[in-house]
Design a protein around this ligand. Structure first.
Ligand SMILES: [Zn+2]
Length: 243
């Protein structure tokens, strides 16, 4: 069981990562394999650890009549630390994710994929950073008109309710041909990673990612606001909020 998770998480994990195969899993059974001051380690977990601009899940751990709140989850080395406000013992435990917060994160993270794809298609210049609230591009000439165009395309994609495709691909199977964008995409992936988890919004975006995503763009919802501002050194910052 854990071997599968290790292969599917390029950074390696001592716990089986249940959210990788099912981002809609809200409750799960696991075993506490280690406890320490204020934290526990589990053999498997559906709690998403803070990573790549996506904040960590919160929720509950229940053990018989005892329960503790999971305040934050961090990956350190190969281990996933669940920081809790109570005491847990080694043995069986039930985990419950704060679903509203997680689903909101999934919507915003999927929006991040869609926006990234749309800006890439208009050659907005390399994206240097993004999270659940904004995207940042290196010296780039993105204009207000570009942003309004992306906003319209984004909302079209949401209305079209495009289903996301998630699949695994060996690096050598990815045909990039002469496509400069795909070539630079492949070059960004650490050399030791052979098996990639691809997240595709057909017609809009293709990238590798181990995060949690919605099933289709309809679940993301429409944009409430897409705002352009200028950062340091000619950077362009695009902030987004969802309805
Ligand atoms: Zn992702």
């Amino acid at each position: 069981m854990s071997g599968k998770a290790e292969q599917s998480d390029f950074s390696g994990s001592s716990a089986e990562l249940l959210y990788v195969d099912d981002s809609y899993l809200r409750e799960f059974d696991a075993t506490v394999v280690r406890t320490g001051p204020g934290y526990v380690l589990l053999n498997r977990t559906a709690f998403y650890p803070k990573s790549g601009g996506q904040s960590s899940d919160t929720g509950l751990l229940q053990q018989g009549t005892r329960q503790a709140r999971v305040l934050k989850v961090l990956k350190r080395g190969r281990d996933i630390f669940h920081y809790v406000d109570g005491t847990m013992s080694e043995g069986l435990v039930r985990g419950i994710i704060d679903w509203d917060a997680r689903f909101y994160n999934m919507r915003r993270h999927s929006a991040e994929h869609l926006l990234t794809g749309l800006f890439e298609m208009m050659d907005a210049g390399p994206k240097v950073y993004s999270d659940l609230e904004h995207l940042e591009f290196r010296p780039s000439e993105i204009t207000e008109d570009d942003v309004r165009q992306v906003e319209a395309q984004f909302n079209e994609a949401v209305k079209a309710d495009v289903h996301l495709k998630i699949y695994y691909a060996a690096r050598r199977e990815l045909e990039v041909g002469d496509d400069e964008r795909k070539r630079s995409f492949l070059e960004k992936i650490p050399k030791n990673i052979e098996r990639l988890r691809m997240v595709e919004i057909p017609g809009y975006s293709l990238t590798f990612c181990f995060g949690t995503h919605v099933r289709s763009t309809g679940e993301i919802g429409l944009l409430r606001e897409l705002k352009l501002s200028r950062g340091k050194k000619g950077r362009r910052i695009v902030e987004f909020t969802l309805e």
